[in-house]
Design a protein around this ligand. Sequence first.
Ligand code: SAM
Length: 290
Amino acid sequence: MNNRVSSPRTTSDIIKQYQFTFKKSLGQNFLIDENILKKIVSSAELTKDSYVIEIGPGIGALTQVLAKEAKKVVALEIDKRLEPILAETLKNEENVRVCFKDVLKADLKKIIAEEFPADAKVMVVANLPYYVTTPILMKLLTDHLPIKGIVVMIQKEVAERLEAKPGEKSYGSLSIAVQYLADPKVVMTVPKTVFVPQPNVDSSVIQLKMRREKKVAVKDEAFFFTVVRAGFAKRRKTLMNNLLNLFSKEQKEAIMERLDAVQIDPVRRGETLTIEEFARLSDALLTIRD
Ligand code: SAM
């Protein structure tokens, strides 16, 4: 078997040889384009002392390229049926370790501490399974992991939401949650034709650089996100109407006062507020929260 698995021909040979059947429920769409794989890896800006966590190696197409560029790769794969295939396709990559685990249940902090040196430059790189893109990203961003950044292929629509700015159609609570902790940048858009089987949607590669400091300082993080979610709850409603869902009708006057104090017009829509405005608003509303 040719050691490179990313060509359409080799992928198809492997699938046949191992009689592998794709599970749609696990988001199994394998990449068959060497140029896209290289672009994902170059966006991760790896050096010979970079350490990589890969999520969902599949048959190892991206893993092989990562192994060439990084010091060590730890790949987490949920589907044990891929074990014999990965044993074959990664047999020459001595710096790769595959763990058969569900990334959402894995203790990533522990894995990083056990597998990588204390001061390691760690990147997460993956072609993510689409059915769990958002939970995986939120876990990576909020688990306080010692990672420098994330480069992942995800659905184009989700990538647009992560990067969206106030007033844009895709701007929402996910944009704020991500931009609070990281600086996202869409690196490229990828057609569905570079996967087997082809998914229904196009994809984007997005690079997320973890921020040293959060984008805004807030007094109560959980309440900040409550206010953000409330602000986007009903897109056609005014900010005031959406905020009323968090408080009682009797508190309308007090909400008005706080909005006035932070100079935010109550008839604006939540989707026009910047992250800084949401921060000022949630700090002000904290004083009337029960
Ligand atoms: N990296 C390969 C490539 O680019 O061709 C495969 C990418 S495929 C889109 C997603 C992979 O993630 C599949 O191998 C799938 O089995 C795996 N996967 C799905 N859910 C997972 C989870 N919760 N934890 C770890 N791996 C998962």
